[in-house]
Write a protein that binds this ligand. Structure first.
Ligand code: GRF
Length: 303
């Protein structure tokens, strides 16, 4: 996807955004108070991208358990039906496979939410095209060196867009490689999750991302690895942990093999935690604020 094709889409979005065209953006605009002062200048500065046309029996005990599980899941869905779906913003810098896993779980109803906005640090992130194909608005933040200073949005504009324009409830960092502005961390305290491809607090921190993480794990001789889902604070990979999955490492595995297996686990654990957050099923341990999930099948169980 080239820069020029995004630019033409951006102008299309702005038309709708200013109420000239139809569609969801104009409706949004009419419902919400628009930024009044220097609004046209700001709108020019906010570079949104959007796609121009959206394409697109009973029996043994096991059966009894399954029936019971199905009933409990149905009950959770019924409770959720009474509540509005949570608006989710996903921040990406790469392929966006975790974003797609979250989207799939939204589609099946496992997550009572919808991806309402994608924020990307790069035009070239694979997930951008995926989002545009589904008519999900995409916001570039903070933008690369090729972006004019006047086209950039500031951290407070980003915060305002998420909070007021898109009414975002939950923020997900799914392979986003830039530091999140502190004010966003404050606005979305305990509402912003990151997925990291190793067992934190080891193998995390600034610069520890992608292949580097798995190489460090393999080179260390560690025998276990797995993804960590944690809340986001102002420091890389330091927020409170909510969930982890464990994989035993075979000493013959390469970093690529480890990466492949960890990613597969990520696609299960991330939607599971997002579902809990959207259902308000995460509690915070009184002593230190660690996030604890309330089991969806049994509200007396915590993990
Ligand atoms: C994942 O490994 C995640 O743990 C890390 O970045 C990677 C993103 O992958 N934070 P994808 O873009 O979701 O495929």
């Amino acid at each position: 996807m080239s820069f020029s094709s995004f630019s033409s889409c951006a102008s299309c979005f702005l038309q709708n955004h200013q109420g000239v065209g139809g569609g969801r953006y104009s409706r949004r605009t009419s419902r919400q108070s628009r930024p009044s002062s220097s609004s046209s200048r700001r709108q020019r500065r906010v570079l949104f991208l959007r796609v121009c046309a959206a394409q697109r029996t009973s029996g043994n005990d096991d059966d009894l358990d399954e029936d019971e599980d199905a009933t409990k899941t149905k009950q959770q869905h019924q409770r959720n039906e009474k509540k509005p779906k949570k608006n989710i913003a996903v921040f990406i810098s790469g392929g966006g496979s975790n974003m797609r896993a979250v989207h799939a779980a939204c589609e099946t109803g496992e997550i009572h939410g919808q991806i309402s906005l994608v924020v990307t640090s790069s035009y070239n992130a694979g997930g951008v095209e995926w989002a545009m194909d589904r008519d999900v608005p995409v916001l570039l933040y903070p933008g690369g060196k090729d972006l004019e200073e006047s086209e950039r949005i500031s951290p407070s504009e980003l915060n305002e867009f998420l909070k007021n324009e898109y009414k975002i409830d939950v923020v997900l960092l799914a392979g986003y490689l830039r530091l999140i502005p502190p004010e966003l961390c404050r606005t979305f305290e305990n509402k912003m999750l990151n997925i990291h491809p190793a067992l934190l607090p080891a193998f995390g921190g600034r610069g520890m991302h992608g292949a580097k993480v798995h190489e460090a794990v393999v080179n260390s001789g560690a025998r276990f690895t797995g993804p960590t889902v944690h809340f986001v604070n102002e420091n890389f990979d330091e927020g409170k942990i909510v969930a982890q999955r464990i994989i035993r490492i075979d000493p013959s595995w390469t970093a690529e093999e480890v990466a492949r297996r960890v990613l597969k686990e990520e696609h299960e654990v991330f939607p599971e935690v997002v579902a809990a957050l959207c259902d308000d099923r995460i509690e915070f341990r009184e002593t230190d604020g660690v996030g604890v999930i309330i089991d969806k099948m049994d509200s007396n169980k915590r993990y």
